[in-house]
Design a protein around this ligand. Structure first.
Ligand SMILES: NC(=O)c1ccc[n+]([C@@H]2O[C@H](COP(=O)([O-])OP(=O)(O)OC[C@H]3O[C@@H](n4cnc5c(N)ncnc54)[C@H](O)[C@@H]3O)[C@@H](O)[C@H]2O)c1
Length: 664
């Protein structure tokens, strides 16, 4: 399709004339079929809701089709309306627009739905099994039309993918404000998501899916590398042998584990029940060998340990069977984790052992109650075998997939005598104290020229800035900075760009501001094109999640969500180009509130002011909160931040003497 036709398609939004019905595309990955939980009356509401996007004359045809979709897929995706043009990140000027800010958002949305990026593109799902960009194709079409016609005097409002409309605002306001899955708290159970999503009034936007900030596997490879690297550092204090890492999941995010383990210098085995997923990672080169036979795998692990060979194995099978075999064969596992999609345990996120993958998929639809019982029994077995390994010294941690939470709900033996979990979350032991408390988090950028050469120039700029900052950085953060300098130096070799020309690294407030400022200067001088900066929500400030991002907060406030809400409100009036706030993301619906932003750097003075003010708030809000929760690293970091910025005045905690409080 040529440029003119593409413009025409975007500008028309929902087409006046019905496009031809599409055949179900069997060659791509699809979301698991679901059984909706709507009553007859609610089905009628779901149909009426879907039809309100279309002119009356089309209702007769669409009503039958949408009813079929509801019955077959558990919700209405409106497959017929998926555009025939290729959806992908293009040069920003290739999107029709009156506002550069709006065009940058079109690029980011398009990247999230690109077939080479998205997990289930036809269902508008970017990652995590159910992380949606929009609920249906009508919402996509309408949103793109609004973005194409809007000016910098308007703001587009999105309610869980639904474009409520363009509202007058001003050039300093965000161009788009996104909410995903915001519910009245008492209506935020997983069954509510199923129902209200089937009705077409809410969605699970995960983190970077519904906020348009996904940059393909690179983001997760980086985060996972930092986690595994630091986990093995903790253990290195005991011995210098090459460590064995066992986990599961080779899906959207989890698939990063073997690649990250290799970058971090470990032997790894990752179990995966889905043949397509394991093959994808093998073809990509992220796993070196696929094993289907456990005896053979054990021999290979022994050999790799003996020869100190850093290698990534994929095991095609259930992770419980893998853990059990390793125990029988007396193989010592140094580090263990799990990245099945337990945020979504009963709809295909977690596969019980003892039944095949195909049987499990058919049971999800035919007998969901039986499937749920099997999942809960499997979780009990899963925990039992991990407990046995742990007794021998394996360091096991929860990887932010709600493993501990769902295991406890299944009544597995996962609690210690105090009623807490036996195992830490990776944030409690690793990311919290080493990164988040100091403001280190996932700073990312996307080159809107879509040119590889621009990305390479920005890599160099970032490296130079970080090296300069390293010279005066305090001892507490030297290691984190050096890890990220090493990362940026080797990114080209690791070939991680899929989709848009984007990059991620971890930096603190000073680092993020300095890098963004240097980019803006380079844009002003014409060295590179415009850039979007942002982050994922797995960060110091954006996310309140008691079993993940805020699991290393121990003053009781880990169950509050003030930080995330303040985060987006604060970002929105400090210059963000768009902001988003989500229920769910990572550990699941009802378990987390997370906020994000995107900011356009276009070389202007406005961008310089916005980046300084907004990034400073975006990071320091979280450090201040962590400091108030008595986290020692965060108290130090906050004192340092106040020394640097005289306008910053944060309430610091007084720490009560342990001896004094003991008797009460
Ligand atoms: N900690 C983090 O930084 C982080 C980041 C991203 C995702 N997550 C969480 O990790 C989970 C996985 O995310 P994803 O995007 O990879 O999801 P995904 O659904 O794409 O992948 C999970 C994979 O696990 C496999 N699986 C399920 N049960 C299994 C079993 N018993 N044995 C072996 N394989 C099994 C599935 O077949 C699937 O391919 C999610 O809950 C997500 O929220 C955590």
């Amino acid at each position: 399709m040529n440029q003119l036709d593409f413009f025409k398609h975007i500008k028309q939004g929902i087409p006046d004339k019905l496009p031809p019905k599409k055949k179900y595309n069997h060659s791509i990955s699809h979301a698991p079929l679901k059984k909706h939980n709507l009553s007859k009356d609610e089905e009628i509401i779901a149909l009426k809701n879907a039809l309100r996007y279309f002119p009356k004359k089309q209702h007769r045809v669409l009503i039958t089709e949408f009813k079929e979709e509801l019955d077959r897929f558990g919700k209405i995706y409106m497959y017929r309306f998926k555009p025939t043009y290729k959806i992908k990140a293009r040069d920003i000027n290739s999107f029709p627009h009156h506002s550069k800010e709006a065009a940058s958002i079109m690029l980011m949305i398009s990247n999230n739905l690109d077939h080479s990026v998205a997990q289930h593109p036809d269902e508008l799902i970017t990652y995590g099994g159910n992380g949606s960009v929009f609920q249906n194709w009508a919402q996509y079409l309408l949103t793109m039309r609004y973005l194409a016609e809007m000016t910098n005097k308007q703001t587009l409002v999105l309610y869980s993918g639904h474009p409520l409309g363009l509202f007058p605002s001003n050039q300093y306001a965000p161009r788009v404000v996104v909410t995903n899955g915001m519910m009245i708290p008492n209506y935020s159970q997983p069954t509510h998501l199923e129902k209200f999503n089937a009705l077409g009034v809410t969605q699970y936007g995960q983190m970077t899916a519904g906020s348009f900030m996904y940059i393909g596997p690179q983001g997760i490879v980086h985060g996972t590398t930092i986690t595994i690297l630091n986990a093995s550092r903790i253990l290195k204090k005991k011995s210098n042998d090459i460590k064995l890492f066992i986990s599961s999941g080779l899906g959207g995010m989890s698939g990063a584990q073997p690649k990250a383990a290799k970058i971090a210098g470990l032997i790894s085995v990752t179990a995966e029940v889905n043949k397509k997923a394991i093959q994808k990672r093998f073809q990509q080169g992220w796993i070196d060998e696929i094993a289907t036979d456990l005896n053979q795998l054990i021999r290979k692990i022994k050999r790799a340990k003996k020869n100190k060979q850093i290698i990534a194995f994929g095991f095609h099978g259930n992770v419980i069977d893998l853990w059990e075999k390793l125990y029988q064969e007396k193989i010592f596992v140094d580090i263990g984790s799990d990245q099945t999609s337990l945020h979504n345990p009963f709809h295909g996120g977690y596969y019980p052992n003892k039944i095949s993958f195909t049987e499990a998929n058919s049971l999800i639809k035919k007998n969901p109650a039986k499937f749920k019982t099997l999942v809960q029994q499997a979780l009990k077995n899963h925990v039992n075998i991990i407990n046995k390994h742990s007794k021998k010294g394996t360091y096991f941690f929860d990887y932010g997939n709600a493993f501990l939470l769902e295991a406890s709900r299944a009544k597995a033996n996962i609690l210690n005598n105090d009623g807490g979990f036996r195992y830490p979350s990776y944030v409690q032991d690793i990311m919290g104290p080493l990164c988040f408390d100091y403001g280190f988090g996932p700073f990312r950028w996307v080159c809107l020229s879509n040119k590889k050469s621009d990305l390479e120039k920005t890599d160099k700029i970032a490296e130079t800035v970080l090296k300069k900052l390293l010279k005066t950085a305090s001892n507490d953060i030297q290691e984190q900075m050096q890890d990220n300098i090493n990362w940026i130096k080797s990114v080209k070799k690791n070939k991680l760009v899929v989709g848009s020309q984007s990059r991620i690294l971890y930096a603190d407030s000073n680092g993020r501001i300095a890098i963004a400022n240097a980019f803006n200067q380079a844009i002003k001088e014409g060295e590179i094109g415009p850039i979007i900066i942002g982050r994922d929500h797995h960060d110091v400030s954006g996310t309140d999640s008691p079993y993940r991002e805020t699991s290393n907060i121990y003053d009781g406030s880990q169950f509050t969500a003030d930080m995330a809400i303040h985060n987006v409100i604060g970002d929105s009036f400090r210059g963000a180009t768009w902001v988003s706030i989500h229920n769910g993301g990572g550990v699941g619906w009802g378990e987390v509130i997370n906020g994000g932003f995107g900011l356009l750097l276009d070389g202007t003075l406005k961008a310089t002011q916005s980046l300084k003010s907004m990034l400073h708030w975006d990071v320091n809000n979280g450090i201040a909160r962590r400091s108030w929760a008595r986290n020692i690293g965060a108290i130090q970091a906050m004192k340092q931040a106040m020394k640097q910025e005289k306008l910053l005045k944060v309430t610091l905690p007084n720490i009560v003497d342990d001896e004094l409080i003991k008797g009460f």
